[in-house]
Design a protein around this ligand. Structure first.
Ligand code: TTP
Length: 411
């Protein structure tokens, strides 16, 4: 079935990581987030892909080109990010208007069997649902006694069910005529309003998804990597795929993939799942623990411990540092002895500033998020939940207790 993937958003909640890249291009294991979405869709039954691009579109275009996995890829440009219904409208010209179509969010991870169930019923209208314990934070689906979806309510105080909208739809041919919706209270043209019309006019299947992750906030990028790094062995057909140089005096445990051109030096201990991308170097004498992505050309030096973290391309943690549950943007540089806190004394979930408000990450262990090019001075300390802006700096010996992203950088 023809499939539209929405990838035009500004990703403001993901700042500073989206200052210079589209959110769907954030790294998740060996490929960008949206490539996982696209590949799952192709495996589930997508016959063509239209990627709706807008914010930082060039990276998405050049990554995909005009074909993926034997399926043609087209791009539709949404010039202004006016909402998800507007994004689908931008894609309309690329679609065959006498066939149903699938729409997926390009910033969400889906499992293949769940998507296959969505695609599987010959194009009958459907929406993917996912059961959560805190439905009030999502769009919640209303269902009839015979199991059809009858509507969706955004962030209700009294949720009608625990099933939330997973941003995955099969729309009928008629939906082409229902894409012109009115602006919502938050000033956007929303796809959920199109879904409401589809529910009024058609029987809409609710397809219960086994797994789904919306990747909108920085800690969800860690969760996305936790998911996809845990499956590395299946995607690489081996728990130990070593194409780079590994010293005979290094120890590897669990699933570890070392790409060609990467180097693991003497005295290093790696506990998988860990992916070391091409050109990266680790050691000597470093300790890299599970669910860690060491990006292309990144460096982890002597006496450094890294755990459950994402180091983007070119990030350098040279000596005597600890990095836990953190995201270091491209070309971040840690001065010797920089330490990250990833746990509160009271054991409560670590909170992070998002668009001017402190929000719980829901994670007991959560470190820091550093924009591309940020640099720390020697012996600096970064408190749990802190964000540093793109190209931000920390002085030697400084303790950063509070978030450093200014209001203007949130927009
Ligand atoms: P959102 O997560 O609602 O929006 P966003 O990605 O811009 O992030 P934020 O709220 O933090 O600013 O979007 C859901 C999906 O739809 C996501 O894949 C981006 C896409 N999208 C568009 O393609 N065009 C749009 O105008 C909007 C608002 C979103």
């Amino acid at each position: 079935m023809q499939t539209v993937i929405l990838a035009a958003g500004r990703g403001t909640r993901m700042r500073p990581l989206t200052d210079r890249r589209a959110k769907p291009m954030l790294p998740v294991a060996e490929k960008p987030l949206v490539a996982h979405t696209a590949d799952a869709a192709i495996e589930a039954g997508a016959t063509s892909l239209t990627l709706v691009v807008g914010y930082e579109a060039d990276d998405v275009r050049s990554y995909f080109g005009d074909e993926r996995g034997g399926v043609p890829v087209e791009f539709a440009v949404q010039t202004e990010q006016r909402g998800t219904a507007d994004a689908v409208r931008a894609a309309a010209a690329t679609l065959d208007d006498d066939a149903p179509f699938v729409v997926l969010n390009g910033d969400a991870l889906y499992d293949v069997p769940s998507l296959a169930a969505l695609y599987g019923d010959g194009g009958t209208p459907a929406v993917g649902s996912y059961s959560v314990t805190n439905p009030s934070s999502y769009g919640v689906l209303e269902t009839s006694d015979d199991g059809y979806v009858t509507g969706v309510v955004e962030k209700p105080e009294n949720p009608p069910s625990s099933l939330v909208n997973a941003g995955a739809y099969v729309f009928p041919v008629e939906a082409h005529g229902w894409l012109d919706v009115a602006e919502s209270d938050r000033g956007e043209l929303e796809l959920t309003d199109v879904l409401t019309t589809v529910c009024e006019q058609c029987d809409v299947r609710g397809v219960a998804f086994d797994r789904w992750l919306d990747v909108g906030r920085p800690w969800e990028l860690l969760e996305a990597n936790e998911w996809k790094l845990a499956e590395l062995d299946a995607r690489f057909d081996s728990i130990r795929r070593i194409d780079g140089d590994v010293s005979e005096h290094a120890e590897l445990h669990g699933t570890v993939v070392v790409e060609a051109g990467a180097e693991i030096r003497s005295g290093v201990v790696v506990e998988g799942p860990v992916l070391v991308r091409r050109g990266a170097t680790i050691g000597p004498n470093a300790y890299v623990r599970g669910h860690t992505l060491i990006g292309e050309g990144a460096k982890v030096g002597h006496a450094v411990e890294v755990k459950n973290s994402v180091l983007m391309a070119g990030a350098t943690v040279g000596h005597l540092s600890y990095v836990g549950d953190s995201i270091l943007g491209r070309d971040v540089n840690f001065g010797a002895g920089t330490k990250v806190a990833n746990l509160r004394h009271d054991g409560e979930a670590v909170r992070q500033m998002l668009k001017g408000k402190l929000v719980s990450s829901g994670r007991r262990k959560y470190g820091v998020v550093l924009g591309d090019g940020a640099k720390t001075g020697i012996n600096s300390s970064l408190n749990a939940g802190v964000r540093l802006p793109t190209d931000g700096t920390v002085r030697p010996g400084e303790t950063v207790l509070y978030d450093r992203i200014g209001e203007s950088e949130e927009k």
